[in-house]
Design a protein around this ligand. Structure first.
Ligand code: UTP
Length: 235
């Protein structure tokens, strides 16, 4: 059985509490977990940013803003677990070792953030190392890694393949304030560089993109691997 770690952006799972994709994601995660061992790391989304902005307006430091972001990622993880029912381990893993312990149940393991000054992408990258995952999947609000931010730069072009070193160049200078919004955080990229675990970046706004990529091998996104000819999908 192959294993995958999914970094499920809060911006695609819970853009806001009133407009979310939780039930749709529960369905596709169940489908993928029929054949694979699945770990999901859930982000904070729009609600985390509201809490972080409110916290910052109170004049507190960035680390404390990160802590409230982490709490919201765990709330989102709890919502996803509720929607997954018996398919998921019933508790949110609050550290990497707990995630490994929960996996013994054979169910989908869900976690959120764990420590300040990073994002859930870094949590997912370490979890991929620790579980010796076959692949790390980043479901985010763009359809791959671009040469610049496609939301603000119309001349940005999308990469279909990148080496980890090139990925580090592309995202290298990103800021790390609480709630900052970049395609991947620099810590996650460092972990991908050292571990060599292949990464696939997919447009998470369409939940079907996950089983299409993992089960059917049809996908539109970016593969990050040191192997120039990597075609890792389907698993
Ligand atoms: P994320 O940035 O991971 O959420 O966490 P997100 O919504 O998935 O982001 P998108 O969708 O990829 O854009 C939200 C915030 O929680 C804090 C950080 O402040 C982060 O910006 N956080 C999260 C931590 O400090 N540590 C963690 O381990 C995780």
């Amino acid at each position: 059985m192959k294993s995958l770690v999914i970094s499920l952006g809060g911006s695609v799972l819970v853009p806001s509490l009133s407009e979310n994709r939780i039930l749709e994601y529960a369905a596709v995660l169940r489908q993928v977990s029929e054949k694979h061992r699945v770990f999901v790391v859930v982000g904070g989304g729009g609600e985390a940013r509201k809490y972080i902005d409110t916290m910052r307006s109170l004049g507190v430091d960035e680390g404390t803003c990160d802590e409230i972001g982490i709490l919201v990622t765990r709330l989102n993880a709890a919502l996803l677990i509720a929607a997954l029912g018996d398919s998921a381990y019933p508790g949110v893993a609050e550290d990497q070792t707990s995630a490994l312990e929960y996996a013994v149940s054979g169910r989908i393991v869900v976690m959120g953030g764990i420590t300040p000054a990073q994002t859930t992408d870094a949590v997912a990258a370490v979890l991929a190392e620790r579980t010796r995952a076959d692949i790390l999947v980043n479901l985010t609000s763009v359809d791959g890694i671009y040469s610049a931010d496609p939301k603000t730069d119309t001349s940005a072009t999308r990469f279909t393949h990148l080496t980890p070193e090139k990925l580090a160049q592309v995202v290298g200078g990103s800021r790390l304030n609480a709630g900052s919004n970049t395609v991947m955080d620099a810590i996650a990229v460092k972990i991908i560089q050292r571990s060599g675990i292949p990464l696939v970046v997919l447009d998470g706004r369409t939940p079907r993109n996950l089983p299409d990529a993992i089960i059917s091998g049809r996908f539109n996104g970016t593969i990050v691997s040191s192997d120039e000819n990597a075609r890792y999908l389907p698993l």
